[in-house]
Write a protein that binds this ligand. Structure first.
Ligand code: GCW
Length: 666
C-alpha cells in the first residue's frame, strides 16, 4: 500500500515537473521556485522588498537577515555575506547591493556551491556603470537583432505593460546589470518627443526597483528635426537652450534618468563635425545640459570615413588629439577592437591613449559577425582576451550591445543566453574566468550534473575559437557578404559601394599573398600601439599567428610557427573549425538524457545549421583564396562539398537561413 502511494506520488510529482515549460523563457532563473526560508530586514523599500521576495521564492536554508548599513569594505552596490549564529547576514550600503546579495545566495545554491563557511564573502563591482545597449528602433525592428522584434511595445505603451518588462529587469539585476540604453544608436529623433518620453518613463518606473537606470540614444540633429531650429551647432545658444529644456523635461518625468548615448558623424549620423565643431564640443554641450541632474554622456568613438586612412587607424586619429578636452561627465565609448566586432581583432589602441579622459568599452553581445543566433559562440573568452590587454581598472564603465528580443527564449539560441549572462558577470567582475561563468550558467540553465556540465562547458570554451577558425582565422577579417554579415563572400565586389565595406579592402589577396599590411612598411597602424606591442606586431616573424594577416600581407609560402606554409596553415585552421563543430554535435547528442526534449532538439538543430555554415565558410574561403595561392588543399583535409561557382552566385535568404547551394542540406 505504502508503495502504491509512493509510486503515485512520484508519478504525480514527475508529471507536474514535466509539465513545467522548458522553453528557455525562464533563462538562468528557472530553478527558483522552491524557497522556504525566512527573511528579516531592518529597513524597507521597493528594492528590499524584491530581495525578500526573491529569497522567499528561491532560497532554501537558514534564515536571512538583510542589513543596510555603511561598511568600509563596501563600495556602492557592493555587499557582504556572512554566516553567523545559524543565519545569513547580507550587508550593503545600498538597497541595490542587498538585492545583488540575495541573487548571489540563490546563485550559489543553484550551482551547488556551499554557502556555509566561516569566510565572509565580500563583493564589490568593478564598474559603477554596467550597461546594456539596445539597438532597438521605434518601429519594433532591431538593428542586428536575431531574436525576434523589440521587447519595447512602443505602440502599446504607456497603457499596456508587457510582463516581459519586469522579467527583463529581474534577469538583469540577477547578474548585476544596472543600466539600459533603450534605443538604437542610429537614433530616431522621435525618442525625445513628449509622446515617447511618457513611454520611456513607464519603463523606467518598472526598472527602478531592480536598480536599473534608463538611458537614451540621441540623434544629434534632434533640435532641428524635432525642435524646428535651423541648426544643431553645439555652440549655438538656441541649440544649447533646446537641450537644456529637453533635459529639464526628461528629469521631471524620470528623476534618476541616466543620460545620453551618442553616435555622431559616423555611418551617416549627424554630429558636431557637420558644423565644423569637434566631437568634444558636441559631447560637452550635451554634458552641460545633463550636469545639473548628474546625468552623463557616453560618446561613441566608432568613426571611419572611406576617404581617410586605414579604417583601423581612424578612431585613434580622430579622438586621441581630443584627450583632456571632455567634461568629467562624458565617457568616450570605444568598441573593443579598432574595426568592428569581428570574430577576432586586436584591442583598439585608443584604450590607454586618452589618459586624461574617461573611457569605456563597448562589447557586442549580439552575434552580428559570429553567426547571428544560429551559431553557438560563447563570448566570454573573447572579452577576457580584451582584458588581457586593457587593464579593467583603466576603464570607467562597460557596455554590451544586447542580443535580446521577443523570442520565447529571449536570445534566439538557448546558448546565446550565456552571452547576456557572461556580460553581466564580467561587468561585475572581469577577473572571473570564462570557465567559471560557463559552469555557473549551465548549472542554473540546465542542470548542475557534472556529466552534463563538464563536456558542455568544454564545448563552450572552444566555441569562439571555432568560429574564428571556420570564418576568419589568422587575423583575417570582414570577409562577410554584402548586405548582411552572416555568410562568406570574400569575392564580394559591389559597384559604387564604399571600398571599406568590401572584403577585398581587408584581405588583399593576390598571387603574392594575403593580408592587410598595417606594419611600418604599410599603413603603420602598429605605431598606435605601445612600444613593446608595436615591435611585436610589426615584425612578421614575431607577430602572433592570430593577428598575422591583420598586420601583414604574407606570402603563401611563408613559414608559420607550426612549420606549415601560410596556405597550409589556413587550410588547417578552416578545417579545424569544421571538425570542432562536428565535435559539438556529438557532444550535445551524448548529453540528451540531461536535457528536456524541447531545448535539446532546438540546440541540436542549431548545431546542424552551424556545422553546415562552417563547411560553407571553409569551402568558400579556401576555394576562393586557392585561386590566388595556386595550391591544392592538402590531402589530409576534408574535401570541399560545395562548388565555388555555385556559391559565388548564391544569395542566402537570411530570413530563413536557406541552405547554401549544391543540394547540400541539413
Ligand atoms: O557594425 C556596424 C553595424 C551597424 C551599427 C554600427 C555601429 C548601429 O553593422 O549596424 O549600427 O556598427 O556600431 O554604430
Amino acid at each position: 500500500m505504502k508503495h502504491t502511494y509512493l509510486i503515485i506520488f512520484t508519478l504525480f510529482y514527475s508529471l507536474s515537473f514535466m509539465a513545467e515549460a522548458e522553453d528557455g523563457s525562464s533563462l538562468w532563473l528557472r530553478q527558483s521556485k522552491s524557497g522556504e526560508t525566512r527573511v528579516y530586514s531592518s529597513k524597507s523599500s521597493p528594492t528590499i522588498a524584491l530581495a525578500e521576495k526573491e529569497l522567499k521564492r528561491s532560497f532554501r536554508g537558514a534564515p536571512v537577515v538583510l542589513k543596510r548599513q555603511k561598511c568600509k569594505d563596501l563600495k556602492a552596490d557592493g555587499y557582504s555575506i556572512k554566516f553567523v549564529d545559524d543565519k545569513y547576514i547580507l550587508t550593503s550600503t545600498t538597497d541595490n547591493g542587498l538585492l545583488y546579495a540575495a541573487y548571489h545566495l540563490i546563485r550559489q545554491q543553484s550551482t551547488s556551491c556551499s554557502v556555509r563557511s566561516d569566510k565572509t564573502i565580500i563583493e564589490n563591482p568593478a564598474y559603477n556603470l554596467r550597461l546594456l545597449n539596445h539597438w532597438d528602433n521605434p518601429d519594433g525592428t532591431i538593428e542586428r537583432g536575431y531574436a525576434g522584434s523589440s521587447l519595447w511595445q512602443w505602440d502599446d505603451l504607456p497603457l499596456v505593460i508587457s510582463d516581459r518588462y519586469e522579467e527583463y529587469a529581474r534577469a538583469n539585476a540577477s547578474i548585476g546589470i544596472n543600466g539600459t540604453v533603450l534605443n538604437n544608436v542610429n537614433a530616431s529623433p522621435d525618442i525625445l518627443s513628449s509622446e515617447y518620453l511618457i513611454k520611456v518613463k513607464t519603463l523606467a518606473d518598472i526598472f527602478r526597483p531592480y536598480g536599473i537606470k534608463t538611458y537614451l540614444s540621441v540623434n544629434f540633429a534632434t533640435p532641428m528635426i524635432l525642435g524646428g531650429l535651423d541648426t544643431a551647432d553645439p555652440l549655438d545658444k538656441e541649440v544649447e537652450k533646446w537641450w537644456k529644456n529637453k533635459a529639464k523635461e526628461i528629469y521631471k518625468l524620470i528623476p534618476d534618468f541616466g543620460g545620453f548615448l551618442v553616435k555622431a558623424n559616423s555611418e551617416g549620423q549627424p554630429g558636431p563635425c557637420d558644423f565644423d565643431r569637434t566631437h568634444a564640443e558636441g559631447a560637452n554641450m550635451l554634458a552641460d545640459a545633463l550636469k545639473p541632474y548628474n546625468g552623463i554622456v557616453m560618446w561613441r568613438a566608432f568613426v571611419y570615413n572611406p576617404e581617410d586612412a586605414d579604417r583601423a587607424k581612424q578612431a585613434y586619429l580622430e579622438f586621441q588629439p581630443l584627450d583632456g578636452k571632455f567634461r568629467d561627465n562624458v565617457i568616450v565609448q570605444i568598441k573593443n577592437g579598432p574595426v568592428d566586432f569581428q570574430p577576432r581583432e586586436p584591442y583598439s589602441p585608443l584604450f590607454g591613449s586618452m589618459p586624461r579622459s574617461k573611457t569605456m568599452v563597448e562589447f557586442q553581445i549580439t552575434q552580428e559577425y559570429l553567426g547571428f543566433s544560429n551559431h553557438l559562440a560563447f563570448l566570454a573568452p573573447m572579452w577576457k582576451e580584451f582584458f588581457d590587454f586593457v587593464p579593467a581598472e583603466s576603464l570607467e564603465a562597460i557596455a554590451g550591445v544586447a542580443n535580446i528580443g521577443t523570442d520565447t527564449n529571449w536570445c534566439g539560441h538557448h546558448f546565446a543566453q550565456s552571452n547576456w549572462y557572461a556580460f553581466g558577470r564580467l561587468a561585475w567582475n572581469p577577473e572571473l574566468s570564462s570557465e567559471e561563468i560557463a559552469r555557473e550558467w549551465l548549472s542554473q540553465t540546465f542542470t548542475a550534473d557534472k556529466n552534463f556540465v563538464d563536456p558542455i562547458a568544454s564545448i563552450m570554451a572552444e566555441s569562439r575559437e571555432a568560429v574564428v577558425d571556420y570564418m576568419m582565422p589568422l587575423g583575417l577579417h570582414h570577409l562577410f557578404a554584402w548586405g548582411h554579415h552572416y555568410g562568406p563572400e570574400p569575392w564580394c565586389d559591389v559597384e559604387g559601394a564604399r571600398p571599406d565595406w568590401m572584403p577585398s579592402y581587408y584581405h588583399k589577396a593576390s598571387d603574392n599573398g594575403i593580408g592587410f599590411n598595417r606594419s611600418s612598411t604599410g599603413s603603420n597602424a602598429v605605431a598606435q600601439y605601445p612600444e613593446t606591442l608595436k615591435n611585436l606586431y610589426d615584425n612578421v616573424d614575431t607577430c602572433p599567428d592570430e593577428y598575422i594577416l591583420w598586420f601583414h600581407n604574407v606570402s603563401w609560402d611563408h613559414k608559420m610557427q607550426s612549420g606549415r606554409t601560410l596556405w597550409g596553415e589556413l587550410c588547417y585552421r578552416y578545417d579545424r573549425g569544421v571538425q570542432t563543430t562536428r565535435h559539438f554535435q556529438r557532444e550535445w547528442d551524448r548529453v540528451e538524457m540531461y536535457v528536456d526534449s524541447e531545448r535539446f532538439k532546438e540546440v541540436q538543430n542549431k548545431l546542424r545549421i552551424q556545422t553546415r555554415d562552417a563547411v560553407w565558410w571553409k569551402d568558400a574561403c579556401l576555394q576562393y583564396f586557392g585561386q590566388f595561392s595556386n595550391k591544392p588543399i592538402p590531402y589530409d583535409i576534408e574535401r570541399p562539398v560545395l562548388n565555388l561557382d555555385n556559391m559565388m552566385n548564391f544569395k542566402i535568404d537570411i530570413t530563413n537561413y536557406e541552405c547554401p547551394p549544391c543540394g547540400y542540406s541539413n
